[in-house]
Design a protein around this ligand. Structure first.
Ligand SMILES: Cc1cc2nc3c(=O)[nH]c(=O)nc-3n(C[C@H](O)[C@H](O)[C@H](O)COP(=O)(O)OP(=O)(O)OC[C@H]3O[C@@H](n4cnc5c(N)ncnc54)[C@H](O)[C@@H]3O)c2cc1C
Length: 382
């Protein structure tokens, strides 16, 4: 079915994104995977083309257009080039962390931080998760105690995307440790502050280009002017931004699932066994029929989600529905794709094998499938 959500200006943008991916991403992916991080130049190139700050106001160098369809196009084009789930950190910057700044900065903070984020000179990270608290964000133990005009931060974070490259980290802290979720605030920490350090890059099973790392805060002093939003309202700010984060992962999962189907169809059409294409055995034809059907039906919901979000109407429950459904679907589709590739599906040089490893995390980060179902279940009054 023809998709209804894109206009002429989106198609133009898609063409330029496609060229960007071919030039600035695809040729470097393997090297980035070997070095365990992307080059900072990736962010500069993305910034130069305007990919990082579409939603940022023009006065800070952005495009001034809050339209998630542009974000979706970047994800879709990365998927089409088999680099979406490699762990580039662009989505974390543009889809996930930037909105925290856009919607919560004072004019003074916006002036300080946004221009660098938009050009890609400043790389962002968002640090909520701790060794002892992931799904249970309210259980974080990192504290920020106010002393005069400063906060003193003590604690650690783990699994932080862009952790090694980041220049600015939005950190969830307890400013009132006795008040549970009502005592959480967000502080922006510049990476050159004394007492801030990073652990070694975490060794993951996939997404090897992502510099996922631990971050340590040993009495890090930041001015009170680095508080993002109101003190002790950080939990609610995070919850409101999780809608966009989950939409971003939903869009990625749908795009990756579709790509896996396309790769598998192409392979199963070409590869022959017992004198015929492997896809033409009835069982495999049925598998491919299911893959096509499921990816297209998922896309219809995802496209509705995007339009609802653009209209300011996407609810937390709807975002949770899309997130768990599409990421679980992506697992199934990619796994069936590996199976239909036979032994080649297990070879790292094949995009389907890379997708299998790299996309596995999708049902876990940005809120696990179980947490998504919990959100949906509670909305039923249960
Ligand atoms: C590659 C990668 C990148 C990441 N990037 C970032 C980042 O940039 N910033 C950041 O802050 N975090 C990041 N994370 C962390 C990620 O968001 C967490 O791993 C995730 O939220 C799950 O938390 P956890 O690992 O502590 O698991 P836990 O919360 O310990 O969960 C363990 C299991 O228990 C289940 N569970 C937990 N609570 C419930 C419940 N109420 N009901 C039913 N089941 C439940 C979970 O679903 C899961 O299956 C990243 C993680 C990875 C692996």
């Amino acid at each position: 079915m023809e998709r209804q959500l894109f206009e002429a200006e989106h198609q133009e943008y898609r063409e330029s994104v496609r060229r960007f991916v071919a030039k600035h991403v695809v040729p470097h992916r393997e090297r980035w995977e070997r070095q365990g991080a992307v080059d900072r130049d990736l962010f500069l190139a993305a910034g130069e083309l305007g990919l990082l700050g579409v939603a940022a106001p023009e006065e800070y160098g952005g495009g001034g257009i809050e339209d998630f369809r542009y974000n979706a196009i970047l994800a879709e084009e990365l998927a089409a080039a088999d680099v979406l789930t490699a762990g580039l950190g662009l989505s974390l910057q543009a889809d996930i962390a930037l909105p925290y700044l856009l919607h919560n900065c004072t004019p003074e903070q916006a002036k300080r931080w946004l221009p660098g984020v938009v050009t890609g000179e400043t790389i962002l990270a968002l640090a909520m998760t701790e060794p002892g608290a992931g799904s249970d964000v309210a259980g974080i133990a990192t504290t920020a105690i106010r002393t005069g005009d400063e906060y003193v931060i003590t604690g650690s974070k783990t699994f932080i995307t862009n952790g090694l490259n980041a220049d600015l980290v939005v950190v969830a802290v307890k400013t009132d440790p006795a008040a549970g979720r009502r005592g959480i605030s967000l502080l922006v920490v510049e990476a050159d502050r004394p007492g801030f350090s990073r652990g070694a890059k975490l060794v993951k099973v996939g997404q090897h280009a992502a510099d996922t790392a631990e971050l340590f805060f040993d009495g890090v002093r930041v001015p009170a002017g680095n508080l993002l939003g109101a003190e002790n309202r950080g939990f609610y700010v995070m919850m409101s931004h999780l809608v966009q984060e989950r939409l971003a992962v939903t869009v990625q999962a749908a795009a990756q699932a579709r790509r896996a189907y396309e790769l598998t169809l192409a392979y199963a059409t070409e590869r022959r066994a017992f004198g015929q294409p492997v896809g033409s055995f009835q069982h495999n034809r049925f598998v491919l029929a299911e893959m096509k059907t499921e990816t297209e039906i998922a896309q219809a919901y995802v496209d509705r989600m995007i339009l609802a979000f653009v209209a300011g109407e996407l609810t937390a429950t709807e975002a949770a529905q899309g997130k768990w459904w599409t990421t679980e679907l992506c697992q199934r589709i990619v796994d069936r794709g590996v199976q239909l590739h036979g032994g080649y599906g297990y070879m790292a040089e094949y995009p389907i094998a890379r997708a299998w490893i790299d996309s596995r995390i999708q049902t876990i980060y940005a809120g696990t499938t179980e947490v998504m179902k919990d959100i949906i279940g509670r909305s039923l009054g249960l």
